[in-house]
Write a new protein. Structure first.
Length: 269
């Protein structure tokens, strides 16, 4: 785990962004930060003089993101953690007279990604208790803040990491990140024209046989139904369901008709 921070070449800008935690005091926060990163597609973690690392609490809080902990770079100084970066962003809730002007996280996300197109970028988070010192902020080219409640702006370290990584993911995919699911897709392909037309013919036949539609006075019933189903963009599965329903109605109508024609069912009982 004790590797120095170094260059990392990848096609994705998220892979060129390293999250740097300066002097984290609780190993659980390190693990939770790793988990927050992995859920948003970031994988580069650097630690500057962590109080307790490696540590079982970090692994426990990381859940299935312990691979990020295993690759984490542990650095003796902030300069070592920032080595090789073309831009560094300090995350701080405090307004400061010294250092670069502050940007809200959402606005900063696009700039961070643009910087990552040019090379390695660092996001610097401070200690849980004291945050970042002025000297640490001045090592960075930009300051980023999360627009929290001004009466209570204290965020947990891992929560701050999660929010910034979320903004970066949204910006990476223009607000529409890909959705990955292990569930069976609910939708089916759109039904082809010929299947839809056969459904309309089937529907008309059942409506006529049931007495719902008088073919001599159809009025606008069929065009209205066509417009209704056209808005639904009928899928293959949906056509099959509707045709199955119409088949069931026809079978029931036939059984009722046969029962009424049966001589045993006529006359006094």
């Amino acid at each position: 785990m004790n590797r120095a921070a170094g260059s990392h070449s990848s096609g994705s800008p998220l892979d060129r962004i390293r999250v740097v935690l300066s002097h984290p005091s609780h190993p659980g926060n390190i693990g939770a930060a790793a988990r927050a990163m992995k859920t948003m597609g970031l994988s580069r973690l650097s630690l500057v003089n962590p109080k307790c690392f490696p540590d079982p609490q970090a692994v426990a809080r990381a859940a299935d993101a312990d691979d990020i902990l295993a690759r984490a770079a542990v650095c003796a100084t902030l300069d070592q953690a920032l080595a090789g970066t073309v831009q560094a962003y300090a995350l701080s809730a405090r307004q400061r007279n010294l250092g670069p002007a502050a940007m809200p996280a959402r606005a900063a996300a696009a700039e961070i990604l643009a910087s990552a197109d040019q090379g390695e970028v660092a996001l610097l988070f401070g200690n849980e208790t004291a945050g970042l010192s002025n000297a640490e902020v001045q090592r960075c080219q930009r300051t980023v803040f999360i627009p929290a409640n001004p009466q209570y702006s204290s965020l947990n370290l891992a929560s701050a990491v999660q929010l910034v990584c979320y903004e970066l993911r949204l910006a990476t995919f223009a607000g529409r990140p890909p959705v990955v699911t292990r569930t069976v897709p609910f939708a089916s392909p759109l039904a082809p024209h010929q299947d839809v037309e056969r459904f309309y013919q089937h529907l008309e036949r059942v409506m006529v046989s049931s007495g719902f539609l008088d073919p001599r006075r159809p009025r606008r019933l069929l065009p209205k139904l066509r417009r209704l189903f056209a808005r639904a963009d009928l899928e293959v599965d949906e056509i099959n369901i509707l045709r199955g329903l119409l088949d069931a109605v026809e079978r029931q109508s036939c059984r009722l008709g046969e029962a009424s024609d049966d001589p045993e069912n006529s006359g006094p009982k």
